[in-house]
Design a protein around this ligand. Structure first.
Ligand code: FES
Ligand code: MG
Length: 589
């Protein structure tokens, strides 16, 4: 292998073989010897392959990667590369306060610095928990050295009282049942812990499974990688093959920006619909595309996402969990359906060195993956909305229940027009404090609104929009009310929610002036969402002060608030987006 010539000289040679700076080479060599590498090896011209380790005790969804890294290293060594594992900033969706969303961009930025500033020729991105995937891909695009995604894989399926219980989804369902008095607190805990039976990321089609499936669809992981459950032996084999393949990619100089085309992102949007994927895919796809220099517009979600059907029967939109998805063929079987329906751009290169369409096959499990023309739901993508409250928001249609549609149908014959009276909350604390207050007068035709939950307001943008109705309504069997907010919701949620309202209230968006009691009309046919308030009244309210959010508690919160854009634009650090392909310049010594 080392006899081969790389298509482009390895950048690590600048560190270890710059003849005019032998003194510096000595400095680099003497300390790297402590990483278990010999000077001869470092000077031999083998590629140095980074392993961006995202797993740790603080990032348990990705903890499997601590084991998998050993298999990756074996693959890299066997293929003639030199592995160097290093930590990336941990991101744990469920535990990081005030929200893990602050850390996608932080992890992105620190990974860019590592990939650019150290002698790395290529990198294995270890992914799993929600934001670990886009953070790694965004950084790989900015730096543009050969990169491959290794997913950690979902946990095994959870079972409780003879039923499949999935990550997150069981929490949303059980907290409603707890509030309605149907289960005890102990049963709530038991159901929640039963949903997480092993190492791995969430086993539902929440944000983690969605983002890893997207990485595979983009062409950034080996075929079949994303769905393999973390504890399965095939996961370790995939890690080994990923390690081997990244060495080849380093020689071939196959880089992220060769793979991340507009067609790749359109396919990612299509995949998100047909698997019933997380609403968080919208800002993450948008951010990854922007960092790759690809334009994705709101019309792309309407045209390439919304009209597609839901074909995967996986929670939260369907019944089953990750193990069954893997056995049904995973992403290659999903993409096979898209290809047959003429909805896939299969003729594009992937990290495998072959085209996406080369590795697709038909599912052996038609209960899990439906044929395109016999789907679980038609028109199952995100609806993109605009109106006098915001310029952009999305709604995930695949989880809207028939019961909900019944209740909110205002005009018979004019389907998909909902109207209700706003009940407005200023942030999650206000919601929790007041939701059960009878004085709010919440009925089954109320619309719950939450503001101050966006990238600037929260700060970071929180998964708080999926608010549940007050206990009194839950006890009467009203399981969901329409909710609207400038934050996000968990990808495992089954709420009928209007999310990511941009611009957010903290920067002057319309949710700042809406008041409890305002009539809100949502027309899913025209994609409008408006408060039925006169222009004069809106102008009058707009002249008042903006709702105040909490003060920043850390330096990063303040920095992020100063630089972050809207969720409509991916929630990126706007200053960062212009940097692309930065590895083309070698950092100064
Ligand atoms: Fe980490 Fe779901 S909380 S994957
Ligand atoms: Mg989440």
């Amino acid at each position: 292998m080392s006899a081969r010539t790389p298509k482009r000289p390895f950048r690590s040679r600048e560190w270890f073989a710059a003849p005019e700076r032998a003194d510096m080479t000595a400095v680099y060599l003497e300390r790297f010897m402590n990483s278990g590498v010999t000077p001869e090896e470092l000077r031999s011209g083998k590629p140095i392959i980074g392993i961006a380790q995202s797993g740790s005790d603080l990032a348990p969804c990705n903890l499997i990667h601590v084991q998998l890294a050993q298999r990756v290293k074996a693959g890299i060594r066997d293929a003639g590369g030199i592995p160097m594992e290093f930590p990336v900033h941990p991101i744990f969706e469920n535990c990081r306060r005030p929200t893990a969303a602050l850390d996608r961009n932080l992890s992105y930025m620190t990974l860019v610095e590592i990939l650019h500033g150290y002698p790395l020729d290529a990198v294995v991105l270890t992914t799993g928990c929600d934001k670990t995937t886009p953070a790694g891909i965004m950084a790989a695009s900015t730096v543009n050295i050969p990169a491959i995604v290794l997913s950690g894989g979902p946990m095994l399926d959870g079972w409780f009282q003879g039923k499949q219980v999935g990550s997150g989804t069981v929490i949303w369902q059980s907290r409603r049942r707890l509030a309605a008095g149907e289960i005890t607190e102990e049963e709530f805990f038991d159901a929640a812990t039963a949903s997480a039976p092993s190492l791995g990321h969430c086993n539902t089609m929440g944000t983690a499974s969605t983002m890893n499936a997207i990485a595979e669809t983009l062409g950034l992981s080996l075929p079949g990688c994303s769905a393999i459950p973390a504890p399965y032996r095939e996961r370790g084999q995939m890690a080994y093959r990923t390690g081997q393949r990244i060495v080849e990619m380093a020689y071939e100089d196959l880089r992220p920006l060769d793979i991340l085309t507009r067609e790749a992102f359109l396919d990612a949007i299509a995949l998100t619909t047909v698997v019933g994927g997380s609403t968080n895919a919208q800002p993450h796809i948008t951010a990854m595309a922007r960092h790759a220099g690809v334009e994705i517009t709101r019309e792309d979600w309407v045209e390439h996402g919304f009209p597609l059907p839901l074909i995967l029967n996986m929670q939260p939109a369907g019944e089953f969990l990750g193990e069954r998805f893997y056995r049904a063929g995973g992403v290659p079987a999903i993409l096979w359906e898209l290809q047959n329906a003429g909805k896939l751009h299969g003729d594009r290169i992937t990290v495998s060195g072959r085209n996406l369409s080369d590795a697709l096959f038909e599912t052996p499990d038609r209960e899990m993956i439906r044929p395109f023309d016999q789907p679980l739901k038609e028109n199952a993508g995100f609806i993109v909305l605009r109106g006098n409250l915001f310029d952009f928001a999305i709604m995930k249609t695949s989880v809207i229940s028939d019961e909900f549609r019944e209740r909110f149908l205002r005009n018979p014959g004019s389907e998909n027009i909902f109207e209700g009276d706003a009940v407005v909350f200023d942030g999650a604390e206000d919601y929790h404090h007041r939701i059960n207050d009878p004085a709010l007068g919440i009925t089954e035709s109320s619309i719950l609104v939450i503001r101050g939950a966006g990238p600037v307001g929260w700060p970071g943008s929180a998964e708080v929009v999926n608010m549940q109705p007050p206990d009194a309504l839950l006890k009467r069997g009203v399981n969901s009310l329409p909710v609207l907010g400038d934050g996000r919701q968990s990808g495992t949620s089954d709420s009928p929610a209007i999310l990511h309202a941009s611009p957010e209230s903290a920067v002057g968006g319309g949710l700042g002036w809406v008041r409890s009691g305002d009539r809100i009309r949502i027309d899913l046919n025209t994609g409008r969402c408006d408060a039925l308030v006169s222009d004069e009244e809106v102008a009058r309210r707009r002249a008042g002060p903006l709702p105040q959010g909490p003060a920043s508690q850390t330096p990063w919160q303040e920095i992020s608030r100063n630089l972050v854009g809207s969720l409509a634009d991916g929630g990126c650090l706007e200053t960062a987006v212009k940097y692309r392909d930065v590895a083309k310049t070698t950092p100064r010594h």
